[in-house]
Design a protein around this ligand. Structure first.
Ligand code: C2E
Ligand code: MG
Ligand code: MG
Length: 437
């Protein structure tokens, strides 16, 4: 809760003794003046309501006097981000307020919020303790979010509470019309961002079997999110949002590096060498220079290119055709394997097979099952598989769960198999045990 209610702010006529900043009452007066000035001159102003995360915990564990020193140091850093005409107040123990009396637009206020976060990046060193501070900031903009001091303060406070729910170092604008769905999405986006920072992602590995010899010849690396309090979260729950927000790019880099490192570690441990297949999203493929990234990761991890396979989905081929072909050629020349994932679910154009230099076609279970229901489907499937073989590509059947499907893929002359019938995706140590068998 707000340590001092907005209505109480007016009561105390003094400056904040601890930090020398405006106390609640003085801040309130200044805000009223600034508002009437802004009103007369049709200007925009903003109030930032800043709450210091975990300050109560710090006080409780390290003592009040320690907390006081910390507050003084935080006040100093906040002020260093501002102009002289901006006003900082401390209305309650753990809160600061900032009045930006003249801004051009809301983005100006957001910029200041980000400046505040940056100013907290270095730890505070007090009595040889290193303390890292994060903030939650609510922003209210006049005239949109309130036309008097009380309204502006209240909306900035509400926005701060939203920011707090989003997690550390978040800011939020006041928005009365925000829907539950928008809000959940923001929470998710925010936790995904911190999940990356906090290394909450892990890889599982699903074996791929050579249908002729029955040996494990590869593994597909599949991402999972160990979300605190929620257990293991599967990619379909979070990858679409990561794609949308662009977080997929740093995530994919991490995936590639982790998978290559892991494969090299298995080899170093004397296990049978296998190929590691890494999924590459279309956005990552087109946004980054993937060829550079791949060659850097291979160099850093020491993995030979022939032990890496990139799985691309058909939507990769729907844009920037020339560039895509060029990049694929470079990768193939490096010795990296390329496969086309989930063939049979999208456009499944045979044109790709002809134009793109690929090693492997992965067909999925529904595609395979449809074969057993219709003669026409079977003819098509056989033709596609035969064509793939003519083009020197291997065909992998994915998602195989039962004997019936297994018999079918054998009769269709698939080369490899991946599916729960052999093993679900496994954590690295269990995959290693399987390889050792
Ligand atoms: P995908 O690349 O086609 O991966 C195969 C999916 O099928 C995996 O789901 C796997 O667990 C599942 N699967 C395998 N065998 C069976 C089976 O016998 N039965 C059933 N019902 N399912 C089976 P998962 O791990 O949930 O991944 C879903 C999709 O998320 C992947 O489809 C891939 O498109 C994407 N994905 C996963 N990891 C990554 C990653 O690291 N990067 C990117 N860009 N995408 C990823
Ligand atoms: Mg895949
Ligand atoms: Mg697949």
């Amino acid at each position: 809760m707000l340590s001092i209610q907005v209505s109480e702010i007016k009561k105390s006529p003094y400056c904040d003794a601890l930090t020398g900043l405006h106390n609640g009452a003085l801040f309130y007066n200044c805000l009223e003046q600034a508002l009437s000035f802004a009103n007369r001159n049709e200007k925009t102003l903003a109030v930032l309501f800043i709450s210091i995360d975990r300050l109560k915990l710090i006080n409780d564990t390290l003592g009040e006097s320690f907390g006081n020193q910390l507050l003084r140091a935080i006040a100093k850093r906040l002020k260093s981000c501002l102009r002289r005409s901006d006003i900082v107040g401390r209305p309650g123990r753990n809160e600061f307020m900032v009045l930006l009396p003249e801004i051009r637009n809301a983005e100006d206020a957001a910029r200041i919020a980000r400046k505040f976060f940056a100013s907290m990046e270095l730890p505070f060193v007090l009595k040889k303790n290193e303390i890292f501070i994060t903030l939650s900031i609510g922003i209210s903009v006049f005239p949109e979010d309130g036309n008097n001091a009380k309204a502006v303060l209240n909306t900035s406070y509400t926005a701060m509470q939203r920011a707090k729910e989003l997690g550390k170092n978040s800011y939020q604008f006041y928005s009365p019309s925000i829907t539950k769905k928008d809000f959940e999405r923001m929470v998710m986006e925010n936790s995904l961002q911190s999940a990356l920072r906090r290394n909450e992602f892990i890889m599982h590995y699903q074996p791929q079997i050579d249908l002729k010899t029955g040996r494990i010849i590869g593994a597909e690396a599949l991402i999972r999110w160990k979300r605190p309090g929620a257990g293991l979260v599967y990619p379909k729950e979070f990858l679409p949002l990561m794609e949308e927000t662009g977080l997929i790019v740093p995530l994919s880099e991490w995936v590639l590096k982790t998978a290559c490192e892991q494969n090299k570690a298995w080899q170093n441990a004397g296990l049978q060498p296998i190929r590691i297949a890494v999924n590459v999203s279309a956005r990552h493929f087109h946004e980054e220079d993937l060829t550079h990234l791949v060659s850097r990761v291979l160099e850093e991890t020491g993995l030979a290119p022939s032990y890496l396979e990139l799985e691309l989905t058909e939507n990769v081929f729907l844009q920037k055709l020339d560039r895509t072909v060029r990049a694929l050629k470079v990768l193939r020349k490096m010795g990296v394997n390329i496969s086309i994932d989930d063939f049979g679910t999208g456009y499944s154009s045979l044109v790709y097979l002809k134009h793109f230099p690929m090693n492997k076609l992965k067909i999925v279970e529904p595609f395979i099952s449809s074969v057993s229901f219709s003669n026409a489907e079977e003819v098509i499937a056989r033709a596609i598989i035969a064509l793939a073989h003519t083009l020197n590509m291997k065909v992998v059947a994915e998602g195989i769960e039962n004997e019936r499907q297994l018999r079918l893929i054998r009769s269709l002359k698939c080369d490899e198999l991946q599916g729960n019938i052999v093993s679900r995706p496994l954590p690295a140590n269990r995959m290693a045990r399987l390889l050792a068998k």
